[in-house]
Design a protein around this ligand. Sequence first.
Ligand SMILES: Cc1ncc(C[n+]2csc(CCOP(=O)(O)OP(=O)(O)O)c2C)c(N)n1
Ligand SMILES: [Mg+2]
Length: 587
Amino acid sequence: MYTNEPNALVVLALLKAHGIRTIVASPGTTNAPIVGSAQKDEFFTVYSVVDERSAGYVAIGLAEASGEPVVISCTGATASRNYMSAMTEAYYRKLPVIALTSMADKEMVGHLLPQAIDRTRVPTDVALTSVQLPTLRPGDDTTVCAQLVNRALLETKRRGGGPAHISLSTTHSGVFDVDVLPNVPVLDRFSVTDLVEGRAPDVDALQGCRVVVTVGAHRPFDERLSAAVEAFAETFDAPLLIDHTSGYRGPEAVQAAALTTIGSAPGLRPQVIIHIGEVSGDYPTMGFLEGASAQTWRISEDGELRDRFGSLRYVFEAPEAVFFERYVARAVERGARAGRRAFRDRWRTVVDSVTVPDALPLSAPMIASELAGRLPQGSALHLAILNALRHWNNFSVDPSIVSSCNVGGFGIDGPVSTLLGTSLAFPDRLCFGVIGDLAFFYDMNALGNRHCGSNMRILLVNNSLGAEFTSSDHLGRRGLGDDVTAYVAASDHNGSAKGWAESMGFAYLTASTPAEFRKQLDTFVAPFDPTGAPVLFEVFTTPDDEDAGRRAVIDANRGTGAKAARAVFEVMPPGMKKIAKKALGRG
Ligand SMILES: Cc1ncc(C[n+]2csc(CCOP(=O)(O)OP(=O)(O)O)c2C)c(N)n1
Ligand SMILES: [Mg+2]
């Protein structure tokens, strides 16, 4: 029987899953749960070495001779300190030794409890990674614990390998009544060499599945990556889910955020998510994928275990293009036919079915809907967080437009400066910024920068607060009602940007009604004139109109996604319907 302590069970389950069999155990109470469990499982070979310093070196000998990771397990007191010398040896020789140091809960450190020493920081040259497992009781969620253990174990084999440290707490339960190890997520990481030499998962794992590729914030795709991802989309019928931060505007782009507006639609759920890029500000798509119960394959040169959707299975520490090219090549070798479209068509049809009601009040969504299609070809676009990005993600822009948003840290503190930087990098392009008032006034000094050029065009949506917080479905509005306005939404601070913009040499446009807004649009999007002035277009909206505009778009589209999805079927010949149903998982 195994211990009933969940964190130790996770460690045991993952040691087995990763094929790590050898444990060198030193005596003690706090490591009794894990040692007492391992000794009863024939999978493990356990050696006893009293002196922890010696145990560490025994592990060095074992790890070097076998080439396999070896675990050393010790208790509290000063036991773990004696691992330092062997761990240092392991570090400088890249030997896979895993120090599993047990103790009572780490919160006890510093309160004069016996044997509780601090292991939260380890010297840089004793372990490639050091993780602190949470203290868990039977029934507790083990997700985070499993992620940490996976990370530590995988690190021992990564980039030539080396030692890792796992701090394992105990609740001193003393109960050994569990007869089966838990089923915990096992993560695997593959390098470029694994991909090239065929050690990565077989292409069968993708063929016949509903696969999506989702792209977080990403630098603009180069030609090779575009071609590779498009070939992948064709080969696996995989929609490419993007937003304005994804750096891709080719023919396979599906601007998935429109789903928020539509609600949901049947048949969109993937079974495999290919995840590239960094943080995404596309909350709706991320939320949808989180709930998809799919399996995620993450591709990133950083090789980190980033589990955005709670369903990570594989990480490919490889350039994205290499991954896509390899899997397409494998599928082609197996005789895959390119050109299946049922799943991509379904996504595209649903997303394209978003409509905008005719008479929206003057508001961020109305501005996005009317300006998105008017931005001149070849412009650059910077969207402030959160509202600007949110509303613009419902609308597409010309494929020649490059766009970005500061979703790395989600600060409202730098959108004008970022736009300035973009405008300096692209002196021959018009550079548009769509920015809320709190964000604009936060960063308004950038307008005074002497490098500001005539290619800057700022659309300032001035609702004199953070409309983010006053929208009817924001938790602040729901919980505080109108009291959300003064302090959470920071209303009524700045007035107008007119004086500052004009004194800094910006041409100033303004609008307070839909008609005024439309009247000024031609001027705002007029072709680039290097001899002209930069432009600030200040549009005054009200929080009520902001909310009404947002709601109106949602209300106009509820259910249309489902309708659009059904319509795709209706126009299909019967034989095709059957194939499509099967492909969409409804056959
Ligand atoms: C530096 C920083 N401070 C605070 C926040 C929290 N925050 C997120 S959105 C937002 C409101 C932005 O208001 P505004 O720019 O006027 O845009 P609106 O929501 O009105 O469209 C705030 C304060 C943040 N993201 N960054
Ligand atoms: Mg605002």
